[in-house]
Design a protein around this ligand. Structure first.
Ligand SMILES: Nc1ncnc2c1ncn2[C@@H]1O[C@H](COP(=O)(O)OP(=O)(O)OP(=O)(O)O)[C@@H](O)[C@H]1O
Length: 243
């Protein structure tokens, strides 16, 4: 049996008495790419924030790399790289300086900033202030920051957001290579179904704060002639009360 990188059981999160995550369970196997799909407001970002210890669950539990998301959140942050919502940088500082600050914060002295910038497709702009970066360049830098401390797990909320078609393909190749070469686990959300289809080993669909299905892409192709789009429309129909 595969080991798990993330286990969520009976998770509930309420904001001001309104439950946006409801009795939610999911399992992410180590060394895999898990595609997390759901309509706007279904609860993907909230689940990611709970996994990273940025939000506390109202009920239930989340375990990340064997650690409890509430009690061991600092250890989780050290062993995990993440990109959640719009990345924030020190605008007047260069890409290299931003990565160095992150490494200092993580207490890491020995890391390859130049190699990481190259890996994400920013080979020549390390010295440039982030204020001059385009949306796609910022997204690449955010991925570099998520990767630079060599995490075992990457949690990426819409990582291809803002990338052009070339960038999207490069990101796909990068993520697949990371799993192959570094044996890391990737949990990512995306509204671009073709991206999920081409990268994920396993797919989880969240509807109104509950993961309603976890499946492998081959199973979807077998059962739905229209592929992932038809599957998504079928599973999520009935709307989203969280919207
Ligand atoms: N801090 C908060 N306070 C109150 N409600 C919140 C808070 N954060 C999220 N919500 C609500 O929780 C629900 C789930 O939001 P979440 O951002 O997790 O959805 P999502 O699936 O990531 O959506 P999207 O695809 O649009 O990014 C939404 O109804 C949102 O308004």
């Amino acid at each position: 049996m595969n080991e798990t990188a993330v286990t969520i059981r009976g998770l509930t999160k309420a904001f001001g008495g309104r439950e946006v995550i409801r009795n939610c369970s999911m399992t992410v196997e180590k060394g895999s790419i898990y595609g997390f799909m759901g309509k706007n407001g279904a609860g993907k970002t909230t689940v990611f924030k709970i996994l990273l210890g940025l939000l506390q669950p109202t009920a239930g539990a989340a375990t990340v790399l064997g650690m409890d998301s509430v009690k061991q959140n600092l250890d989780i942050l050290k062993r995990t790289g993440s990109l959640i919502e719009t990345p924030i940088f020190y605008e007047h500082l260069s890409a290299t300086e931003n990565l160095q600050i992150h490494l200092d914060y993580m207490g890491i002295t020995n890391s390859d900033i130049i190699g990481t910038l190259e890996m994400v497709g920013l080979p020549k702009v390390g010295a440039q202030p982030v204020s001059t970066f385009s949306l796609g360049m910022r997204q690449r830098l955010a991925i570099a920051r998520a990767l630079i401390h060599k995490p075992e797990l990457l949690i990426l909320d819409e990582p291809v957001n803002g990338l052009d078609p070339v960038g999207i393909r490069e990101m796909r190749e990068l993520l697949c290579n990371l799993v192959k070469e570094r044996e890391i686990t990737i949990l990512l959300s995306s509204h671009i179904l073709s991206e999920i289809e081409q990268t994920a080993n396993r797919i989880g669909v969240i509807v109104n704060g509950t993961v309603v299905q976890e499946v492998i892409p081959q199973e979807i192709r077998k059962r739905y002639a229209g592929g992932l789009e038809e599957y998504f429309m079928t599973i999520t129909k009935g709307g989203n009360e969280n919207e």
